[in-house]
Design a protein around this ligand. Structure first.
Ligand SMILES: C[S@@+](CC[C@H](N)C(=O)[O-])C[C@H]1O[C@@H](n2cnc3c(N)ncnc32)[C@H](O)[C@@H]1O
Length: 442
């Protein structure tokens, strides 16, 4: 049942003529912040970064020594040699790359031409990720919700059509640049949907791993500010996307994101909910086809640039509590998903105690679930874009449960199935991003 009391207000309507950007109005910028929708500084010239601007930028971003010391100690053990090069990327925000995800609900031809003329190229081509992207309606269905879905969907259509003819067909289009150049954010303009969203391209991987199909019922358990919810809506047209966020300020941000990118006609399909994600599994058990748990975590990039040593130390003190919350959220998600459905768990930290160890702890508790191998499906095909690392022996704090290791499986394939980690490296600065996919068998 759709819990009407959980809806967070009505989404405002933005539609009509799309904003026109010309190459003249486009400036080159680089960021003072890691997120989307941030304050930007113009380059003096198009193309290569301006030296003085780069120096000022670096000066503004002093790293937090207690956090760096902590990372050095932990990550050199967990990542070995990869940590030195990841560290150099994290300490040089000037090198960070940004992806430009186009919004299929707007006209993007002109933006595409501008991006291409500036040296951006399309990434995650269909040939790279053919099995991951929507290719028509879901082959499976949850009978309990089929009636509702049937009322939301048009009759079955050929696979190239969206279930709703008024919407352009699903198409995930993201552009990246080989250098750390960044498109300007689009300012909000009433009556106009935004044409693109800036993100760390590794953020798309949990969404690809979710493999959302048209007509499915999807829960984004930790949703604000909404970047992955938007990516889901580029990949497919679900019957329902429930975007949950308990923090009121972040929920407002989420609602604003959805309003700025999605047409009014999707309001009945994309809803905002305000629950504590740890309770979702009880209130809406066995309900969703797919659940994304993009968990609160020690965000390595932003923690490294904590405002002060005190803030950094305070964050580090709270770090030990995160795996407990993350495991609760993951268990709740596994309760909310229907038998046969999948949960993707993701974080933007390199920390194995928030990644592999959380997944392993929850798998030990939930015999009705099994991890799936993302190494073959994602890490190998996408290794030209990202540097991946898999779990290694002794990664976590929980002992291995032999029953979880298939008899015919090697130790390394077992570790691949716990999850994959994108480690930022020079020239491929995407990440950190951990993702794991777990299927509920019954
Ligand atoms: C990593 S962010 C999510 C980013 C988002 N998925 C995106 O792509 O834009 C984690 C979010 O989880 C939220 N959160 C924290 N505690 C939570 C809880 N108990 N249940 C659900 N969400 C929670 C935080 O407020 C935060 O907005």
């Amino acid at each position: 049942m759709f819990a009407a009391h959980q809806l967070h207000g009505a989404r405002r309507i933005f539609c009509g003529e799309t904003e026109k950007l010309t190459s003249i109005s486009l400036w080159w910028f680089f960021s003072c912040h890691t997120g989307s929708e941030v304050v930007l500084q113009p380059y003096e010239q198009k193309g290569a970064p301006n030296n003085q601007a780069s120096k000022n930028h670096k000066k503004e971003r002093a790293s937090c020594q207690p956090v760096l010391d902590h990372f050095d100690q932990q990550y050199s053990q967990e990542l070995g040699e990869l940590w030195e090069s990841a560290r150099s990327v994290l300490l040089d925000p000037h090198s960070w790359q940004y992806g430009v995800m186009l919004n299929r609900f707007t006209a993007v031809t002109e933006i595409t031409q501008i991006l291409q003329s500036q040296g951006f190229s399309r990434f995650l081509l269909r040939t790279d990720v053919s099995t991951l992207l929507s290719d028509g309606p879901s082959p499976v269905s949850n009978s309990k919700y089929q009636a509702r879905k049937d009322s939301l969907l048009s009759p079955p259509s050929i696979s190239t059509c969206s279930p709703d003819d008024s919407h352009p067909r699903p198409s995930l289009q993201c552009y990246i640049h080989p250098y750390a150049l960044r498109f300007p954010s689009q300012a909000h303009r009433p009556g106009h949907l935004k044409q693109y969203y800036l993100l760390n391209a590794a953020s798309l991987l949990p969404v690809l791993a979710l493999q959302v199909r048209d007509g499915e019922k999807v829960l984004d358990l930790c949703s604000a500010p909404g970047g992955k919810a938007l990516a889901i809506m580029q990949c497919a047209t679900p019957a329902l996307l429930c975007c949950n966020e308990p923090d009121p300020h972040r929920r407002d941000w989420l609602a604003k994101t959805l309003e700025s990118y999605l047409p009014h006609s999707l309001n009945s399909r994309v809803i905002v909910s305000a629950q504590d994600g740890r309770h979702f599994g009880h209130s809406e058990a066995l309900t969703y086809d797919k659940v994304l748990v993009d968990a609160p975590c020690s965000n390595d990039r932003s923690w490294l640039y904590s405002c002060s040593s005190q803030q950094g130390e305070q964050r580090l003190r709270g770090r030990a509590k995160l795996p407990v919350l993350q495991a609760q959220l993951l268990r709740s998600a596994l309760s909310a998903v229907r038998p046969g459905g999948v949960v993707v768990y993701s974080t933007c930290t390199l920390s194995s105690s928030e990644n592999y160890a959380v997944v392993e702890t929850v798998l030990n508790d939930c015999p009705e679930t099994e991890p799936e191998d993302l190494w073959e499906e994602i890490a190998i095909p996408l290794s030209k874009y990202f540097v991946f690392s898999a779990a290694h022996l002794g990664h976590g704090q929980t002992p291995y449960k032999p029953s979880l290791q298939p008899q015919n499986s090697t130790v390394s394939s077992y570790h691949h199935r716990l999850g994959i980690l994108v480690v930022p490296q020079p020239g491929m600065t995407w990440g950190p991003m951990f993702l794991s996919r777990i299927r509920r068998k019954k």
